[in-house]
Ligand binder design. Structure first.
Ligand code: ADE
Length: 247
């Protein structure tokens, strides 16, 4: 898979690309990430990428010409995947969107700056994505969030000991608590069941912990989670009022 990331700060991505899972995935040829310097597509002496908004108002708007040139040049090189603008007014990014993007051969990300991007660029894009209901000073941190969530889903990106399957959100529920050695730490032990060797009981405990945490912290997720009659009975015993269940 390949990401092209259009940005006025191409070095923003250096440490993200040089560490951990993402570095390994790049070295293994699983993903290629190509930061594209938007200023290389300007023609004036000051390499201007923004201008004042028509209609007045505060802030600056990213000009269409350099962005269109950058997009044209990328589509000449190897065809175009979806073009996605990172913006606080976009559709909210989540695990489902990450999985969908992980099946693309190529994705072009456009990092906005200033107050916004000329609407004609937005009209040329396939979608706008937001990473949450807050305003960042630019799309670059959001592009890193999106790429990280997608890259770890690519086959071979995670090592054998790591799994994307049981994590929070892949089951539709929050993840259960984990413990490792030592068995006793500062007076606190480990739940007995985890030491029992009874894998069925361990699985049951973990499922219940996931259900309990999801009910406490993100009850909205329960509306879409696949819940068995046993899950529902447990949730009801905790005071959960809503819900369908899929048997
Ligand atoms: N740019 C500024 N804020 C953003 C957000 N919340 N998500 C994506 N891009 C952004």
């Amino acid at each position: 898979m390949r990401f092209d990331v259009i940005t006025i700060f191409p070095h923003f991505f250096d440490s993200f690309l040089g560490e951990g899972i993402v570095r390994r995935a790049r070295e293994a040829g699983i993903v290629e990430v190509n930061p594209v310097d938007l200023r290389a597509f300007t023609e004036d002496r000051h390499r201007t990428t923004d201008d004042r908004p028509y209609g007045g108002g505060a802030g600056m708007v990213m000009k269409p010409e350099p962005l269109f040139k950058a997009l044209d040049s990328l589509s000449r090189h190897g065809g175009e995947g979806p073009v996605i603008i990172l913006s606080p007014r976009g559709q909210v990014f989540n695990q489902r969107v990450a999985s969908r993007l992980a099946s693309e051969e190529r994705v072009i990300l456009v990092c906005g700056r200033y107050e916004g991007i000329d609407q004609r660029v937005c009209d040329r894009a396939d979608m706008e994505l937001s990473i949450g209901d807050y305003v960042l000073s630019g799309g670059e941190p959001a592009a890193i969030v999106v790429m990280d969530a997608v890259i770890r889903l690519l086959p071979g990106a995670l090592g054998c000991g790591e799994s994307a399957e049981t994590e929070s959100f892949s089951t539709g529920l929050l993840e259960y608590p984990h413990y490792t050695r030592p068995r006793e730490f500062r007076g606190q032990g480990v739940p007995e069941v985890l030491l029992s060797g009874d894998h069925k009981e361990i699985e049951r405990w973990r499922r219940r912990q996931s259900l309990r945490l999801t009910l406490e912290r993100r009850p909205d997720l329960l509306d879409d989670a696949a819940l068995s009659p046993e899950d529902m009975a447990y949730l009801k015993s905790l005071g959960y009022k809503g819900g369908r269940c899929s048997s």
